[in-house]
Design a protein around this ligand. Sequence first.
Ligand SMILES: Nc1ncnc2c1ncn2[C@@H]1O[C@H](COP(=O)(O)OP(=O)(O)OP(=O)(O)O)[C@@H](O)[C@H]1O
Length: 256
Amino acid sequence: MDIIVAEGLSKVYPNGQGLHKVSFSLSKGELIGIVGPSGAGKSTFLRLLCGAIFPSEGTLNILGQEMSHLNRRQLQTLRSKIATVYQNFNVIPSLDVARNVFMGRAGKLSYASVVRGAFRLTAKEESEIEEILAMLGIEDKLYERCQELSGGQQQRVAVARAIYCGAELILADEPIASVDPATAELILQLFQSLNKQGKTILLSLHQIDSALKYCSKILAFDHGTLVYNGCPEDYIKSDVSKKIMGNVPRTGVKVV
Ligand SMILES: Nc1ncnc2c1ncn2[C@@H]1O[C@H](COP(=O)(O)OP(=O)(O)OP(=O)(O)O)[C@@H](O)[C@H]1O
């Protein structure tokens, strides 16, 4: 079943940059690596998919719904089914880690529950959140304010929030950009295990080796266009990858 279908999808910023005429479809249950040099259009692509920005042209169907046909409320409902890890983490600095993670479910809860959670979490909510933080090695930060955390710790909070959200579609923009290699592996393994549980996951990654190791499919962008859509094994042999890899460091991990 296709859960994302795009036809001629474009987002052109006033300076003429952006994403140009992207057509593709994605099946449920894939773990997609989005690769390409800096400025290729990866973040623009993910921001379009989560409805944070709107296309200049083309059509985009997500989870069976045509984005351009949705009113504000319908768009909100659709967004609540998509978990997004933003490049800048998007955590609320003055809130503690537990409440930042709790807010991952805000779109699915009643207004009263969100307000209650902002003051007091139930024991069940707290233990669920703690369990996710433990998987990411930051359970000791449960009640620390996000503004007191390092960039890498905030990135893990953003990943925890996406996991806690329970969405069937997870979009993560460079989710391992600010963490050490061991934590990066931990995060990618977590995404892999969520994928095995049936979640569809799109990860934008500068670490091409990680994309090849963990992803079932690669989407490569260059200068705002989709230049590759297929399996990792063919990508690594393609001319496209040779061109793109000129800009991206590799560490020599073999694809098996
Ligand atoms: N808000 C904006 N206004 C104008 N131009 C923008 C805006 N956002 C992105 N761009 C331009 O669109 C192009 C694609 O940017 P985008 O952030 O999608 O690339 P990217 O592949 O995610 O890059 P990186 O790997 O550096 O994060 C770039 O040329 C960028 O300068």
